[in-house]
Write a protein that binds this ligand. Structure first.
Ligand code: SF4
Length: 353
């Protein structure tokens, strides 16, 4: 039976990770959200810092949003951190701080989709909900030779049914973790060691020799190119920040005043834009200190091309009124997206002078 073999493999090979040693739904939830799209090696320290500062739902609910974002800073996918915060508040307000155990209720929480809901209720309460993540798609498509594209409605349905079918409902939580771990550690995307695999005698992809072609994906999502021109403005010992709003990447994070264009421009062209005139209206004695060009930052479905201008201004005009004015030495108190950190790392040491 597949599940028995898997769980046996899991017991011998599972990684020693803090969220594998608990059935606390709060911890499972944080780890699942934090580790989506993030390698365990990268997410591990974040997880420890986050759960040390916010050890339970109540401490997360009561924290200021800026502090939650600061603990997420650098991980990307910032809407996840905001959703964690919103959901923690809801759990406190609506459920008295007790994490709900019913699948449908868990699924109704902001930021929790079918995958995470299944992971939480199966791992915490052993409820028979099968998880299907990228690792599970890979293992199942290969083991059963399924060539239906995983990014189609038909594929999603087929894989969900298959995942439910092979689950041993008496060991739902362990089975789910075993399947995910097997995909993460053994049935890896490139060159898995099929010869020594516990499923070598029954894996259809191995038998057919098409392991590397599975799972199948149908379409490639179009990538959008964006051009960001940042102005790190220094006036005396102060600098200026903007807190990003709703409806775009990095909601709630901070950045320098930004002009975005849909094509590459040089400084002379940018100076002629309405956005530039607006930003520096009323300001005097603009002097460019330094420039960092061609900083490329890849997000899912977007490529950002950034240029940073460090500018000294003697006299600040009304164009800067909407920005937050802070001492340059306090930049560390704010949560920035990784793109800004690339720049800040480069100029480190010059800021507090
Ligand atoms: S035989 Fe290879 S492809 Fe099949 S399950 Fe094992 S590692 Fe994956």
């Amino acid at each position: 039976m597949i599940s028995v073999k898997l769980r046996d493999w899991y017991q011998k090979n599972k990684r020693d990770l803090p969220w594998r040693k608990t059935d606390d739904p709060y911890i499972i939830w944080i780890s699942e959200i934090m580790l989506q799209q993030t390698r365990v090696a990268q997410g591990y320290d974040y997880f420890l810092r986050f759960t040390e500062r916010f050890p339970d739902v109540r401490s997360l609910a009561e924290a200021p949003e800026d502090e939650v974002m600061k603990h997420w800073e650098g991980l990307g996918y910032y809407s996840r951190a905001r959703n964690l915060h919103v959901t923690a508040k809801r759990i406190v307000e609506e459920f008295g701080g007790i994490f709900p155990s019913d699948y449908e209720t868990v699924l109704s929480l902001k930021g929790i989709g079918e995958y995470t809901a299944a992971a939480i209720v199966s791992i915490s309460w052993n409820k028979p909900y099968a998880v299907v993540d990228g690792n599970v798609y890979r293992v199942l498509s290969r083991l059963f030779g399924v060539e239906t594209p995983i990014d189609t409605g038909k594929g999603k349905k087929e894989f969900a049914e298959l995942a439910a079918h092979i689950m041993d409902v008496k060991h739902a939580g362990e089975h789910n973790q075993a399947l995910m771990e097997f995909g993460a550690l053994y049935c890896i995307p490139r060159n898995p060691d099929c010869e020594s695999c516990i499923f070598a005698d029954r894996c259809l992809a191995y038998a057919k020799g098409n392991v590397s072609q599975l799972p199948v994906k149908q379409g490639k999502t179009k990538v959008r190119h964006r051009y960001f021109y940042y102005f790190h403005i220094l006036s005396g010992r102060d600098t200026f920040l903007n807190r990003r709003g709703k409806g775009d990447i990095w909601e709630g994070l901070y950045e320098f005043p930004l002009i975005e264009t849909d094509r590459k421009m040089d400084f002379v062209e940018i100076e002629q834009t309405a956005a530039f005139r607006q930003l520096f209206s009323g300001s005097l004695h603009l002097e460019i200190n330094s420039t960092l060009t061609d900083v490329k930052h890849v997000l899912s479905h977007q490529i950002l091309h950034a240029v940073f201008f460090q500018i000294r201004l003697d006299c600040i005009g009304e164009g800067m009124e909407d920005y937050l004015r802070i001492p340059s030495g306090n930049l560390d108190d704010y949560a920035f997206p990784r793109l800004l950190h690339i720049y800040l790392e480069k100029i480190k040491g010059n800021l507090a002078k």
